[in-house]
Design a protein around this ligand. Structure first.
Ligand code: GLA
Length: 774
């Protein structure tokens, strides 16, 4: 709900309030963002009663902009902080003084053309549109605030219109600005690298500047655009927690800059360094949309954001549809496959219960390695696929499976027909540093966009394709565009992103039935921009259970599990060489959108049985695992991780318990719970796993009548005959008890005793517990 109380505008969601006032001078003074407040008896106490300028400060018509909490800002006028807006006039002047013009409350969300944005199907989202006129009448700044009450999210964006005949240069237009009257907040950003995405970095804010940003052309694994500002001692349950998203897939910057008066300005938007945009007379430049929420504790913050992503970002036919269990060819076959091998792998997948077969890289041009053919999408690799994609899709469909395909359209290999025909279509000079032997197509070029739309439309229509994995495997380092004049070179990176969105918009409209998954060397482009076109992302190339557990756990602060592709891959793992039993790999992958990327043909008979029952289990609980509420229960304290998916009707929960290392006598472990119905009873069981006899090493000789040597035939035979079962669990308790105290699970093996009810998990060991309402 948006209300106007004289000169105060208040935006209320179910649990939050955001409000600001228009000052006598026409500045927008920020008053509050956080827990919902009742303003019915006035807002006066929210206004600082400061009438004398601090010594050594600049005064603007009685206002001290260096200290004033503001809704927007531009350089000068006494404000020394980084600003939301910066414009250079044709004569070099950068002073722009924006004052309130008018505001209106719209019962809808105005469209944002050319950029993805949040949407609202319920028709309940209201928007506050505020326009500010530059004092000399040269520019108009329009701020949009949309309120998504059901998920406690407010989205913000800004537009700048040039009201003159002559052009101006936009040096920055950040999407969001929130001024806090406190500096005791911590910024948590999610940083990393390839195969090490979403590592949280906690930086205390203060009078200086804290920055999290991407400069590699994509939203990036170096620094995800999602960041949080929170009270230093905030926990899952309590404390001020602000979550900030940017609906954008290119370079971005989130910064919290403090001033000398205890205030902190949060800015979020396109990375301004190197950016500029020539705005001709009469034109408008629109910044991408940003979204923010407040929660009392991280759990409440994430709950709002998860709902926002599920309801207001992800769209199309697959929005609410359960996602198929897939088999992906990459880590089992890499570039070495043929029609027969693919059908065999798919057949094995079908036999074990998988529903979708995805042919990854290597199917086009003469692509036998990553050195060639990117760009030649309409030429199938005839040697590998003599019956073409259509023939392969037919055979996969005949097995009763859907067929999916990998593409990497924004890239071009030097050794490709596309590059030979259009060497000028690359971004950057030819002698640039290349990543994975490839160049980036200049997506800002209209001809490149149209070419891709037509080429990919031909590919997607040539066979019965139900799923597409859209990859992007190098970062953008060189951004010179041969298509742009010198004064517009600062636009090339943003034009790239706009071009990409145009292509995605067109293709997703032409092929609405296709389930798209965004991938960029794994999680190099996990953001709400991509999720506006593609309902899911391949979160990381790292499928090692331990690493993945951490990655998924941390990603869940900003993203729901319904967007996280998660696969069971081979062991030893291809990224870490760590060995993890197939059960553990499944337990972690089950907390996301399940797929298999290991060579199913090479699994032992026993492993195949395990995989078949995993898939059966996943399908039984799929609604909860994919679309239920995800709760973080333990984040690595004592080396233990716990996450739980609770079904919407709270009838059941599936909880992952993952232990990094087996620490003897580390104390009893409690299974934790959240999101259950307090007064109802839940019965706890554990998904049985196979315990390998050989994991006990020489200890088996303490009970074996004959001596069993390690790695001997005898051990193999004993392994087959004596198959120790894992421990069982059978407890019933109220949701209240479980959420308040948790439930002790069976004792972990600690070297001094074993019986059939000992929990043997080892390093990177795990269990899935099922809580069923009685
Ligand atoms: C990237 C992706 C992988 C795989 C390869 C294929 O690395 O992240 O999943 O698709 O490309 O080349």
């Amino acid at each position: 709900m948006i209300e106007q109380l004289q000169n105060v505008y208040a935006l209320h969601t179910d649990r939050t309030t955001y409000c600001f006032a228009v000052t006598a001078q026409g500045f927008l003074q920020h008053l509050h963002y956080g827990r919902r407040i009742d303003l019915s008896a006035g807002a006066a106490p929210l206004l600082p009663q400061e009438h004398h300028a601090p010594g050594n400060a600049a005064v603007m018509e009685g206002a001290f902009l260096e200290t004033l909490l503001q809704e927007t800002s531009s350089p000068g006028l006494g404000d020394l902080r980084e600003s939301q807006v910066a414009v250079r006039m044709a004569d070099g002047d950068t002073l722009t003084d924006f004052r309130f013009e008018h505001a209106d409350i719209l019962q809808e969300k105005p469209a944002l053309s050319g950029l993805p944005s949040a949407y609202d199907e319920s028709g309940r989202a209201e928007t506050l549109r505020v326009s500010l006129l530059e004092k000399k009448g040269r520019l108009r700044l329009t701020l949009f605030y949309t309120v998504f009450e059901d998920c406690d999210v407010i989205s913000r964006r800004a537009e700048l219109t040039n009201l003159m005949d002559q052009s101006v240069t936009v040096l920055r237009l950040m999407s969001n600005q929130v001024d806090f009257d406190r500096q005791d907040l911590v910024m948590t950003s999610f940083n990393g690298a390839w195969a090490r995405e979403f590592e949280p970095t906690h930086t205390p804010c203060g009078a200086g500047v804290v920055v999290s940003e991407s400069r590699c052309g994509v939203s990036s694994n170096r620094a995800n655009p999602f960041v949080m500002l929170h009270a230093p001692c905030a926990t899952e349950e309590h404390g001020d927690c602000y979550g900030f998203h940017l609906i954008y897939s290119g370079d971005h910057r989130a910064c919290a800059c403090g001033n000398a008066y205890g205030a902190l300005r949060f800015l979020h938007g396109i990375q301004p360094d190197g950016f500029s945009w020539l705005l001709e007379g009469g034109e408008t430049f629109a910044a991408p949309e940003a979204a923010m929420t407040w929660g009392d504790g991280f759990a409440a913050m994430s709950r709002g954001l998860h709902r926002f992503v599920r309801e207001h970002i992800v769209r199309g036919e697959w929005k609410r549809r359960e996602r198929p269990v897939l088999v992906n060819s990459w880590e089992s076959l890499y570039f070495r496959f043929n029609h027969h091998a693919l059908v065999k792998l798919a057949g094995q997948g079908k036999h074990l219960g998988a529903e979708l077969f995805v042919l990854d890289d290597g199917w086009f041009g003469k692509r036998d390695s990553d050195t060639c053919s990117l760009g030649d999408w309409t030429t199938v690799h005839k040697k590998k696929l003599p019956r073409g994609l259509a023939g392969l899709a037919r055979d996969i469909n005949a097995l009763g499976m859907l067929f999916g395909l990998w593409v990497e359209p924004e890239m071009v290999s030097e050794d490709s027909d596309l590059f030979r025909a259009h060497p000028e279509w690359i971004l950057g000079r030819r002698d640039q540093a290349v990543g994975r032997n490839q160049y980036v197509l200049d997506m800002g070029r209209r001809e490149a966009q149209e070419h891709l739309i037509e080429a990919l439309s031909r590919v997607f229509a040539a066979a019965n394709i139900s799923y597409v994995k859209w990859d992007m495997n190098r970062i953008i380092t060189d951004d010179y565009s041969a298509a742009l004049p010198p004064e517009r070179q600062g636009e090339s990176r943003h034009r790239y992103v706009l071009g990409l969105y145009h292509v995605l918009d067109e293709l997703t409209k032409r092929f609405p039935h296709i389930l798209f998954e965004a991938c960029a060397s794994g999680g190099n482009r996990t953001d709400l921009g991509m999720l506006s076109y593609m309902p899911q992302v391949w979160l990381s190339d790292n499928t090692d259970a331990l690493c993945r557990c951490r990655i998924q756990y941390h990603a869940s602060f900003g993203y729901p599990q319904s967007v996280m592709g998660a696969h069971v891959s081979g062991s030893p793992n291809h990224q870490t060489l760590r060995r993890t039993p197939v059960s553990g790999r499944f337990h972690v992958a089950a907390m996301g959108l399940l797929g298999y990327e290991c060579d199913l043909r090479e699994l032992s008979h026993d492993e195949k049985l395990q995989v078949a029952s995993q898939i059966e289990f996943y399908k039984q609980h799929r609604a909860a695992l994919q679309f239920g509420d995800l709760h973080r229960l333990q984040g690595g304290e004592g080396g233990i991780w716990q996450m739980s998916c609770v079904s919407k009707d709270r009838e059941e929960a599936v909880t992952l318990l993952f232990q990094q290392e087996n620490r003897p006598n580390a104390g009893a472990v409690r299974l934790r719970a959240r999101g259950l119905e307090r007064e109802c009873a839940y019965r706890i069981s554990v998904l049985p796993v196979k315990v390998a006899l050989k994991d006990f090493g020489g200890l088996v000789n303490m009970i074996s009548p004959v001596h069993i040597r390690q790695d001997s035939l005898m051990q193999t035979i004993a392994e087959k005959v004596i198959a120790p079962k894992s421990e069982s669990e059978d407890m019933t308790a109220t949701g209240d008890l479980l959420m308040t105290c948790g439930a002790y699970v069976k004792q972990s093996f600690s070297g001094t005793g074993w019986d059939a009810e000992t929990r043997v998990m080892g390093d990177s060991g795990s269990r899935l517990y099922i809580l069923k309402k009685q």
